[in-house]
Write a protein that binds this ligand. Sequence first.
Ligand code: GLC
Length: 476
Amino acid sequence: MKKILFVGAEAMPFAATGGLGDVLGSLPAALAKEGSDVRVIMPLYGQVKEEWRAKMKTEAVFTVNLAWRQVYCGIKSLKKDGVIYYFVDNEYYFKRDALYGSFDDGERFAYFSMAVMEALVQLDFYPDVLHAHDWQAALSVVYLNCLYRDKVGYKDIRSVFTIHNIEYQGQYNFGILGDVFGLGFEQYELMDFGGCINLMKAAIVSADIVSTVSPRYAEEICTPSFGRGLDGILRQNRHKLCGILNGIDYQYYNPGQDAAIPVRYNWRTRAKKPENKLALQAALDLPARRDVPMLAVITRLVAHKGLDIMTEIFSKLIGESDIQLVVLGCGEASFEHYFTELARCFPDKVRVLLKYDRDLAKQIYAACDIFLMPSKSEPCGLSQMIASRYGAIPVVRETGGLYDSIKGYWEEGKKIHGNGFTFANYSGAELYERTNAAIALWRNEEKRDKLISKIMRTDFSWAAAARDYLSMYDQI
Ligand code: GLC
């Protein structure tokens, strides 16, 4: 049986801030179903709820040496969906107000990565593959290669590094190479990128395989427009780069059984979906109307999610059409301000909720008719898949995983093709045009039903991806 250890900074339902947490909370179970021994290791944040802590058992207590520090480390564990989750316990590092954003994040995740290395001895679990995710886990791959290779048990461990988002690379001043990361001058060249320490770069160079969360994004990040400076390094390492499209958790995101939404439905009973719209309209004090298309945006309010082209066209679009818009998310102050103003200008049409709330997000997926996701770049994107499963028509830009998961709608006689509306260029005009096309289709009841029924049946489960990961592990 293949032994895989996932190393990452978040996993649902324990602690998560975004898509990485969704993936680490659901891909391991899909791999376990295919017959591997999959375990996950992550920090035990203060945010992990008591209901989970009560189920944990203590596996080991030891001291981690990180540069000149000698630091406490506890390893706790629990089993869920056939997967063992390990938690690295150190309250000094992980009992903070937020998962990330502390002044010493570099030190916190260096400690985490070193603790992972030491945990293997303590747990007597030496995986065939160490699978690290994003910059927070990058040092585990580096430590494995630079500091642990010669030790018994570590010699044959292969490594995979997955990039969920190249925007965040973990960049630090060289002054802390020895003092914080515990590395020496021998590792200078490996860690260096443009005069700074770059953790993601070091993991790309060190890992046996580098993967990203969609095939298209794997190509895109090799170009200067998407590589965030690392495109050259990625081109040099192209032979070990691949892209596997994420799935979504079909149990958690299941409109047929979702306790978070007012009225449950599946593709067969999709006629009940509009009752969720009526419920949300009532909850948000919008005019209660079945016949008005409800558009939705659920995202972090940051530029690369397509905020600048949305803000370019929304007041025109909303001013001239009979539609409603619901926005959920928080982020940059200028965008928050824009949406607050938009809601003030269109009190009968727009509601803006500046927060992140998973249950409310599901109520919006269930209520809305059209889901907008015009990202400038998108490694995979999960929202377009969730929206599809909840029967909303996605309007997306053709980039990264959006390109791989949503194909443009067209008609061929009675037959329909595609599962959403897509556009190529990052422009407000194209977003405006495709959104209007989606609205027009929605107003035609027969076509709407045909498309929604197709969209809801598109397979975005983990099954296919799990098999692709297993054959990737086989390669190394
Ligand atoms: C990151 C990416 C997102 C992706 C997710 C899970 O959050 O921005 O596109 O879906 O990771 O891989």
